[in-house]
Ligand binder design. Structure first.
Ligand code: HEM
Length: 484
């Protein structure tokens, strides 16, 4: 029997979900430490046998966190060897880590190994170096700059749709990955990676997969587990490097502002700091970071949106009505964003249920207090968007897909960090505005022409890698709404 703990379905059955409903996440069982007054650490789970935590993390880190939140609520503590870990599951606690006391936190050490792929890019660097890189990159993401990318986004959408046929079945996740990879390549590097899309995608996927475990906050202990194939990873990295250094090379030779991110990064000078620009290696690190960070996240958000729309015909009809009225018979563009409020609400609600970045980890530099407990320096704090976004205190009937939660009035009722798909504080996603624009324009430009139907036999299950993917892909059948 499925039962609900704080809105999360927690039965342990698996099997075909012929109705299209997502498969329940099987949760691990732990022994529990109960808090006594005067305890040094908050209550939390205890392993039932040696190595259980490592195994559960490798098996499904999201399930592990859901089980902890279900049992312990806002705050849970556990230990892996000498390492203290805390799961924070309340908007105020999350705000304190990401914003109020952000200076006391670095990203968790998993990133050390991610650096082997991303070098010292925005995602992986810390402290003054991060601030400098962020200063240099920020102008490239200003509103007026990204406004110019709208046409590229819809051009790529049009191109993709020109290959679609009525009643054809395809894996919409692969389609979305190809689409967002093409867009990130063109808008940020003015390069046509489309021809090489599958090769680059394969390399990224391989790199991502071998880094999945290494990126997690518990990683130093995971080294002891058989983590897949360093050789595969090195090959993937070499392929990515070739592509990116070629782009940088081309640009240095041809010069000029091509209106893309690479131009901005090449010409950016750190006037507030050392008065210098970026080296080729720094450019490579930022380029690869943006390639990775700006591609799969948006593709996942779109895939889950198509899935949710297929399961919610009333919402889908309302979306179509908005599109038919706001952009009748023409491609939407940047200027149309204000007249597509419902499309935005659909995307917001989709990222609530399926946040592409499903958890964030931080390491405390100094001891701090939380709810009367002292957290020792070096502790890791975990925060999960997936769990927070399904908390019935803020999102009643949390499994229901309901874009009406995103009217300005409804939104104003909730604390800010009950929803944080893009993180927060100085490390907030630099591509947030880019992602909203891309998501809205792609949903609008596709949904105005097509209805996507989930194939009956499709198993729908989340796969919490670095991003939240559909584990078995997403086979959907295209139904043409109008003549394209
Ligand atoms: C739906 C799409 C996206 C989601 C959900 C998302 C989510 C996030 C989150 C949660 C973080 C913060 C991670 C942390 O604090 O540990 C982040 C950081 C980042 N994102 Fe995104 N992202 C998306 C799209 C993009 C796009 C389109 C780009 C670039 C074009 C991008 C580039 C970055 C970069 C460079 C960082 C690191 C920022 C820093 O630490 O200074 N993201 N993203």
């Amino acid at each position: 029997m499925p039962f609900r703990v704080r809105g999360i379905v927690t039965n342990a059955t698996t099997g075909e979900n012929r109705s299209g409903a997502p498969l329940p996440i099987p949760l691990p069982r732990f022994a529990t430490t109960l808090g006594r007054s005067g305890d040094a650490f908050p209550p939390g789970p205890r392993a039932r046998y040696p190595g259980q935590f490592l195994l559960e993390v490798a098996r499904n880190p999201l399930a592990m966190m859901i089980a902890m939140a279900a049992e312990h609520g806002d705050l849970a503590h556990f230990r892996v060897g000498p390492q203290h870990l805390y799961l924070f599951n309340h908007p105020d606690l999350i705000r304190d880590v990401l914003v109020t006391n952000q200076k006391n936190f670095h990203k968790s050490r998993g990133l050390e190994r991610a650096k082997r792929l991303l070098g010292d890019g925005l995602l992986t660097s810390e402290g003054d170096f991060h601030l400098r890189q962020r200063r240099l990159a920020q102008p490239a993401f200003h509103r007026h700059r990204i406004a110019g990318y709208g046409d590229t986004m819809t051009d790529y959408s049009r191109q993709m749709q020109s290959t679609w046929e009525d009643r054809r079945t395809l894996d919409i996740h692969e389609e979305m990955l190809r689409l967002t990879l093409g867009i990130v390549g063109r808008t940020l590097f003015d390069a046509d990676v489309d021809g090489e899309a599958s090769e680059i995608s394969d390399a990224l996927t391989m790199a991502f997969e071998s880094f999945n475990l290494a990126m997690l906050p518990f990683t130093e202990y995971l080294e002891k587990l058989p983590i897949p194939a360093a050789r595969r990873f090195n090959a993937a990295r070499a392929r990515l490097d070739t592509t990116i250094y070629r782009m940088i090379d081309d640009r240095r030779r041809t010069g000029g502002d091509r209106g893309d991110l690479l131009s901005m990064l090449l010409t950016a000078t750190d006037f507030e700091g050392d008065g210098r620009g970026m080296s080729d290696t720094q450019l490579r690190d930022e380029a690869l970071t943006i390639f990775l960070a700006g591609h799969e996240t948006t593709a996942n958000a779109l895939t889950w949106t198509w899935y949710l729309l297929s399961q919610n015909p009333v919402v889908e009809a309302r979306l179509h009505a908005e599109l038919d009225a706001a952009v009748p018979g023409r491609m939407p563009g940047f200027d149309d964003l204000p007249v597509l409020p419902y499309t935005r609400m659909v995307l917001a609600e989709s990222m609530r249920l399926y946040p592409p970045a499903w958890s964030i980890g931080r390491r405390a530099l100094n001891a701090f207090e939380v709810r009367g407990y002292m957290v020792p320096p070096g502790s890791v704090v975990l925060m999960s968007q997936y769990i927070m976004h399904r908390d019935p205190r803020y999102f009643p009937d949390p499994e229901r897909f309901d874009p009406e939660r995103w009217t300005p009035e409804a939104q104003a009722q909730r604390p800010k960090f009950s929803y944080f798909p893009f993180g927060g504080g100085t490390r907030v996603c630099i591509g947030e505005q880019f992602a909203w624009m891309e998501g809205i324009l792609l949903i609008a430009s596709i949904a105005q022409n097509w209805r996507l139907r989930l194939v009956k036999s499709q198993r729908v299950e989340v796969q919490p890698l670095i991003t939240l993917r559909p584990r078995h892909g997403m086979q959907m059948t295209l139904e043409r709404r109008t003549e394209v």
